[in-house]
Design a protein around this ligand. Structure first.
Ligand SMILES: *Cc1c(COP(=O)(O)O)cnc(C)c1O
Length: 378
């Protein structure tokens, strides 16, 4: 008998499925690429900031050299911005890298990693990749994280638990956690359990929703806050994000990361994007308006949606467990790409990334037609 290669826990992983690329949908449905609307990956509808493009082009002339392995300049800018020393910052190849590095640095095969049901898909992936046990805790009544229930589970499992992931806001639900609830949670989680607070959509929070996560990092050596340049900063294709934690935890990540995990174009673009306040503000306002446009339409259509603090909305498209897949198919035929979320345990829902006003309108037109045909709408 042939000897088997590969680890069982790796074999058991269901690979990540992202938003369908425009070119692929165009080929499959015989559509014109320029007419396709993609609202599937929570990308910034403004694209990349012009300032970042310029900085990237300039850096492109030096691509024969390795990038700065320590990201000196970018860390300097972040350090000033966040008021933390540079050795509290880890740069990542996307914030996804920070999530994985943290898991690898603190949890081993057989350990337990805790996260919420309907939480970001990378948490189970990062957990399974290291052979750790994924402990999924039931969500609250609104599909959000149930922090008291998560705390109970962590306490009941004792020393087995090495890591807990929470996201604020969460993707794909958009759920927002109140700062006092997060603070109470962080304070009560045992100090030998590392907490990742994933803030990939932090910049979309309204002024009333904002809070100071860095103050919590100062108070808790077991807290890692992760942030991304992929969403509000419009740099998804360059792959760059960062983590903020006290030096001891940061040092662990630094030991296991690839020496050149963040490329030089990404570093240059991120420095420019961080300083481009006009771009960030424009994207924020566009997102507010787009959220109002979509949710007002959902209300008129009498469709349930989950209030979102991110740049996307989950909308319920039917009552049977094929509804999401079916409506998604119909949208694809009409050149609209959104995200089915059955893999998140939400087969009756679709996640719509908030786009430009005309993209949102194109989605809404196709969507309402489909739901009329489906007899979901009167
Ligand atoms: C998009 C996303 C990320 C990761 O984004 P990167 O492109 O890897 O920076 C992390 N967490 C959540 C919740 C996300 O939705």
């Amino acid at each position: 008998m042939a000897k088997k290669i590969g680890l069982d826990h790796v074999q058991a992983i269901a690979p990540y499925v992202g938003g369908r690329p425009i070119s692929e949908v165009a080929r499959q449905y015989g559509l014109d690429e320029s007419k396709i609307v993609k609202l599937a990956s929570n990308e910034n509808p403004l694209g990349m900031p012009e300032s970042a493009k310029q900085a990237m082009m300039k850096a492109a002339s030096d691509l024969g050299r390795y990038p700065d392995s320590n990201g000196f300049e970018l860390k300097q800018v972040l350090s000033k911005r966040l008021a933390v020393p540079e050795d509290w910052i880890t740069l990542g190849n996307g914030s996804n890298d920070i999530l994985e590095l943290t898991a690898r640095a603190v949890a081993d095969a057989g350990d337990a990693v805790v996260f919420s049901r309907h939480a970001f898909a990378v948490y189970p992936l990062a957990t399974q990749a290291i052979g750790a046990k994924a402990i999924e805790v039931s969500a609250d009544a609104n599909y959000g994280h149930d922090l008291p229930a998560m705390l109970k589970v962590i306490r009941s499992l004792g020393d087995q638990v090495k890591l807990v992931f929470i996201a604020n806001p969460n993707n794909p639900t958009g759920s927002y956690l109140q700062p006092d609830a997060i603070q109470a949670f962080i304070t009560q989680v045992p100090e030998n359990v590392v907490i990742v607070l994933d803030e990939a959509y932090n910049e979309y929070l309204s002024p009333e929703q904002r809070y100071d996560a860095i103050a919590w990092v100062r108070a808790h050596p077991n807290l890692m806050v992760s942030r991304s340049f992929s969403k509000a900063y419009g740099l998804a294709g360059l792959r760059i994000g960062y983590g903020i934690a006290q030096p001891a935890l940061t040092d662990l990540l630094n030991r296991i990361r690839q020496p050149f995990n963040v490329n030089s174009l990404a570093q240059a673009a991120a420095i420019a994007a961080l300083q481009d306040e006009a771009f960030l503000l424009k994207g924020y306002e566009l997102n507010r308006a787009g959220y109002a446009q979509l949710t007002k339409a959902f209300e008129q259509m009498k469709l349930a949606f989950i209030p979102s603090a991110g740049n996307f909305v989950l909308v319920k498209v039917g009552n049977d467990d094929q509804a999401g897949a079916r409506v998604n198919q119909e949208l694809l035929k009409r050149g609209v790409i959104v995200r089915p979320v059955a893999n998140y345990g939400l087969p009756q829902w679709l996640r719509i990334s908030i786009g430009l006003p005309e993209e949102n309108a194109a989605f809404l037109e196709a969507f309402s037609q489909i739901l009329k045909d489906e007899k979901v709408l009167a």
